[in-house]
Design a binder for this molecule. Structure first.
Ligand SMILES: Cc1cc2nc3c(=O)[nH]c(=O)nc-3n(C[C@H](O)[C@H](O)[C@H](O)COP(=O)(O)O)c2cc1C
Length: 143
């Protein structure tokens, strides 16, 4: 069993092109979160060191975001350490809503644990806080 409660808390790796995903993640209660790591869109491939959720938006063109996420997940242990996808999109787009997170989940066999529009509403923040608290909040009681 871990003797360092922060070790079990997931990191959040975010590739955000118009700041919506990063603004959503920054609204969450940090008590059940590890580090928030922002990827650079020009050079997004880094080596994840701990379990993490991957957060990004939706863009029709592969070159905009999809290819970068593929490169990131194919690097080193990054796919194994990924706990799931958190996706942002815009429902006005219609059937292409969440096109990139859905495709990545399908192709890499990952779960989309949550999705939201733009930078999320307060109900979205509440949902994620509850999700993280249910999953990781008990660590402190168990120590
Ligand atoms: C050029 C462009 C294309 C987009 N295409 C889609 C799309 O196909 N499906 C979708 O759900 N949202 C689409 N969106 C909306 C973004 O995914 C949404 O605003 C998201 O919150 C962006 O997240 P980010 O700022 O973290 O990158 C598009 C936005 C832009 C600017």
């Amino acid at each position: 069993m871990s003797n360092n409660k922060t070790i079990d808390k997931p990191d959040f790796i975010v590739l955000s092109l118009t700041f919506n995903s990063i603004n959503f993640i920054k609204k969450l209660d940090t008590s059940n979160m590890g580090e928030i790591i922002k990827l650079n869109r020009m050079n997004p491939v880094i080596e994840a060191e701990r379990p993490y959720y991957l957060v990004f938006g939706s863009y029709e063109l592969e070159g905009t975001l999809y290819n970068k996420i593929v490169d990131f997940l194919n690097h080193s242990n990054n796919l194994d350490l990924c706990l799931g996808i958190i996706g942002s999109g815009n429902r006005n787009i219609g059937p292409e809503y969440l096109i990139t997170p859905k495709r990545i989940c399908r192709e890499f066999n990952l779960d989309m644990i949550f999705s939201f529009e733009a930078a999320g509403l307060s109900k979205d923040v509440e949902y994620m806080n509850n999700y993280l608290n249910d999953k990781y909040g008990k660590n402190e009681e168990n120590l």
